[in-house]
Design a protein around this ligand. Structure first.
Ligand SMILES: CC(C)(COP(=O)(O)OP(=O)(O)OC[C@H]1O[C@@H](n2cnc3c(N)ncnc32)[C@H](O)[C@@H]1OP(=O)(O)O)[C@@H](O)C(=O)NCCC(=O)NCCS
Length: 181
């Protein structure tokens, strides 16, 4: 299995590497997720609310890398993790052609094209994987820039989960978006 998925130069000159995670990444990934959780109110967890230990994260990485229905992508600049994303499909064959994605980018690297590069890699994977026909995602209604990014890649709004998010007592809807491939 190839760990490097893609390398590219961003518009500011940074060298971006997209690759699968390895168990050696576990501690950095837990640290990354606890930081990005606090950088926006747009993820399913806040600052220091990502509760896996490094050992549990190592097990998670092993499971992900041995599961053909999941691709986790780590994006790095100068060996620092700047984005983590995942696309996964269910095992049940009646619904195995559907997939879901999740993505985050570290705040200091927003607006450089990292999110777009990772989205492109996720969609490329879905297309070449062969059986995937639909990519779905959920996004907080007020997360306009993420909605814009998904629309740029052809996702359309297909539904709403009312008051899905509760950010310290402030409720917001979740918009469901699909891309049929
Ligand atoms: C949403 C997020 C992933 C975008 O990552 P990014 O690396 O900044 O994305 P890019 O620089 O590649 O920009 C991608 C597109 O997003 C949109 N976008 C990004 N920032 C924007 C802004 N400030 N205003 C409007 N649109 C914006 C644009 O469509 C942009 O494409 P363009 O530059 O070709 O116009 C990132 O902001 C993030 O991680 N946010 C916090 C977590 C999160 O919201 N995750 C998604 C949960 S559903």
């Amino acid at each position: 299995m190839s760990y490097i998925l893609k390398e590219l130069t961003l518009k500011n000159g940074d060298h971006l590497i997209l690759r699968r995670p390895t168990v050696e990444d576990a501690e950095d990934m837990v640290e990354y997720l606890n930081i990005v959780g606090g950088e926006s109110d747009n993820l399913l967890f806040g600052k220091d609310e990502f509760h896996l230990t490094a050992e549990q994260e190592r097990e998670y990485i092993k499971n992900v890398n041995s599961n053909p229905n999941v691709l986790m992508i780590l994006a790095t600049i100068n060996d620092d993790i700047v984005s983590i994303a995942q696309i996964s499909s269910p095992n049940r064959k009646r619904i195995a052609h559907n997939s879901e994605i999740a993505i985050s980018v570290k705040k200091e690297h927003w607006k450089k094209g990292v999110g777009s590069a990772v989205m492109e890699a996720l969609i490329h994977h879905a297309k070449k994987q062969g059986t995937i026909k639909n990519i779905s995602l959920g996004v907080k209604a007020s997360n306009i820039k993420a909605v814009k990014m998904y629309e740029k890649f052809g996702f359309t709004k297909v539904g709403v989960h009312k008051n899905y998010f509760n950010i310290n007592g402030d409720f917001d809807d979740e918009i469901i978006m699909d891309l049929y491939i």
